[in-house]
Structures are given as C-alpha cells and as structure tokens.
Design a protein around this ligand. Structure first.
Ligand code: HEC
Ligand code: HEC
Length: 264
C-alpha cells in the first residue's frame, strides 16, 4: 500500500508504473474519459496532466483525507489551508528526522526541497470549509483552565499566551505559524507530548519545545480539550501579521518581529 503511494510521488514520466497507477486512480473521475492511453504526455490537457500536483498528492490524501481536510475526530491532522511555510517546514522535518511518522517519512524521504515546497504550496492554497468541532470532551472547569492558558498564558510559570503567536483567532499567521483549531484532540496531545520528550523538534530555537516543557500533563489535557472544541472562525485563514511582537524567537519563523527582551 505505502509502496503504491510512494509510486505516485516519483517524477511520473520516468516511472511508467506510477503513471498507470495514477491513470487507475483517475478512472473514477470525469477527467479520465477522453484521453486514449497513447496520448503523449505533452498533449493539451483536457485531463489533469499525469504529473500534476493533484495526482501526486493522491498519495497524501489517503491519510490526510479528501483534499487534505482530515476530520477533527480521527488522528490525522488537516493540512489544507495551513500556511505554506509551516507545511514546508514540517515536510522537511519529517524527511530530515526532526519529526517521526515512519510511513510518511518513507513516502517523502527521496523528494527534494523544491518538490516538498511545491506540495506545501498546493495544500496551503486550498480554501475549504471546516466542519463544526466535536462536542467538548472535558468538564467545564477543565475547559476554562485550557481557555485561560491559551488566551492568557501563565506569567508566574513562564508560559506565554498561545494566541500571542498563533493569533487571536488561533488560525495561525502566514507563512510559518500554524493555527491551533480544527485539529483532533489526540493529535494536539501527542504533539505537545512529543515536544516535551524531544520526539518532535522544530528549527532552532525551538520555542514550542520550551513552552511544552512548561506545561504539566493537566495543562496539556486542558488546552487540547478546549482547543479541539472551538469552532474555526473566518474560514480558518491564517492572519497576515500579529498585532504585537512574538514573546519568544522561533526557528523557521523569520517574518514576525520578536519582543526585544526575547530577541537576544
Ligand atoms: C500513512 C498515512 C500518511 C500519509 C500517506 C501521509 N501522511 Fe502526512 N501525516 C500523517 C500523520 C499520522 C501525521 C502526524 C504525525 C505526528 O504524530 O506527528 C502527519 C503529519 C503531516 C504534516 C504535519 C501537519 C501539521 O499540522 O503539523 C504534514 C504537512 C503532512 N503530514 C503532509 C503530508 C503530505 C504532503 C503527504 C503526501 C506526500 C502525506 N502527509 C502523507 C500520516 C500520513
Ligand atoms: C513564541 C511563539 C509561540 C507561542 C507563545 C506558542 N506557540 Fe505553538 N507554535 C509556534 C510555532 C512557530 C510553531 C510551528 C513550529 C514548527 O515549525 O514545527 C508552533 C506549533 C504549535 C503546534 C503544532 C501544530 C500542528 O499542526 O502540528 C501546537 C499544537 C502548538 N504550537 C500549541 C501551542 C500552545 C498550546 C501554546 C500555548 C501554551 C503555544 N503553542 C504557544 C509558536 C508559538
């Protein structure tokens, strides 16, 4: 199964097996109806060209859901509509071992930076609706603790407000800060846990690792319960800027100013 998916991602014209697979995958679509098998690849495209991005990324939608819009009640994270720089950073992180999910790494380990960036841009450009959130999975007091941490942080414990970087609407900031909404609770728990243990790493300085280490297991549980239960406002589009400088410097995020005290 994974080998089939990996075939989709090879440069298609040098891999006839992959072309056949893509053709197979497309037969269900109206696009497949007009083109005989002998049509040269460069023919004017009445169909999706075999090498096109939408055929390549069939390998991804197997797990990430149709068009990358995974539902909020499984484990797979949605990728549609997330900031392009963030998605590209993650693909590099999986390929280069800073994040670990062996099946995904296997799919992309042979791909170049440019190819990964093109896929990131493809998914970032998708503007697709979000489903309503699942019902809250924690008691009101826990949800309130989560809301407080996300919106206000906890100065006494050196935890900055999550919204200070992820944006007031929590939909992230272009091009490199992801939103926090529309994600499964299990996925959120797992990511914060992975940062605590060093299994997930970002480019240095890894601000999220520092923040995750300040969170207790109860904090993580409260934050994930509250976040997972929030509806996604305004189509989930990432903001263009933050209203104030970020409270800490984060690797891979070059575009947003950092508060003077944290910039050193
Ligand atoms: C076998 C299932 C599977 C396939 C196929 C797959 N992924 Fe993933 N992907 C995952 C899982 C699971 C995660 C979360 C892993 C973790 O726990 O960190 C993930 C995470 C990601 C992330 C990070 C999302 C975020 O919010 O940080 C991106 C980006 C991504 N995948 C892109 C892709 C692309 C592009 C493809 C196709 C080339 C692909 N994936 C194929 C399972 C898959
Ligand atoms: C100083 C800025 C900053 C603050 C404050 C911050 N984050 Fe982040 N966060 C980031 C950046 C940057 C990334 C992307 C890291 C990467 O490239 O892997 C990120 C990524 C994440 C992710 C991964 C999302 C995904 O799709 O996989 C989660 C979850 C997250 N942050 C939760 C939180 C929570 C919860 C808080 C508050 C307790 C918080 N963040 C506070 C900057 C910040």
């Amino acid at each position: 199964m994974i080998d089939c998916l990996r075939g989709l991602l090879r440069p298609v014209f040098s891999a006839p097996g992959a072309a056949a697979l893509v053709a197979l995958a497309l037969t269900a679509g109206a696009a497949a109806q007009t083109v005989p098998a002998s049509t040269p690849p460069a023919a004017p495209a009445a169909t999706v060209p075999v090498s096109s991005m939408s055929s390549r990324v069939l390998a991804c939608t197997a797990c990430h859901g149709k068009e990358g819009r995974a539902t909020p009640d499984g484990y797979f994270p949605r990728i549609a509509g997330k900031p392009a720089g963030y998605l590209a950073n993650q693909l590099l992180n999986f390929r280069d071992g800073r994040r670990s999910y062996p099946q995904m790494t296997y799919l992309i380990e042979h791909l170049t930076d440019d190819y990964l960036r093109e896929m990131a841009e493809h998914f970032a450009a998708l503007d697709l609706p979000y489903p309503p959130p699942p019902a809250p999975q924690a008691p009101a007091a826990v949800l309130e603790q989560g809301r407080k941490l996300v919106q206000g942080g906890d100065g006494a414990r050196n935890i900055p407000a999550c919204v200070a970087c992820h944006g007031a609407a929590m939909t992230g900031v272009t091009p490199s800060i992801p939103g926090l909404l529309g994600l499964p609770r299990d996925y959120l728990n797992s990511q914060l846990g992975a940062w605590k243990t060093g299994q997930r790493r970002a480019h240095l300085p890894d601000c999220m690792a520092d923040i995750a280490r300040q969170l207790t297991p109860d904090d993580v549980s409260a934050v994930s319960a509250w976040l997972a239960a929030q509806p996604v406002a305004a189509g989930g589009k990432p903001a263009r800027t933050l209203p104030a400088a970020m409270p800490a410097r984060c690797g891979g995020v070059a575009e947003v100013p950092v508060a003077a005290a944290a910039a050193r």
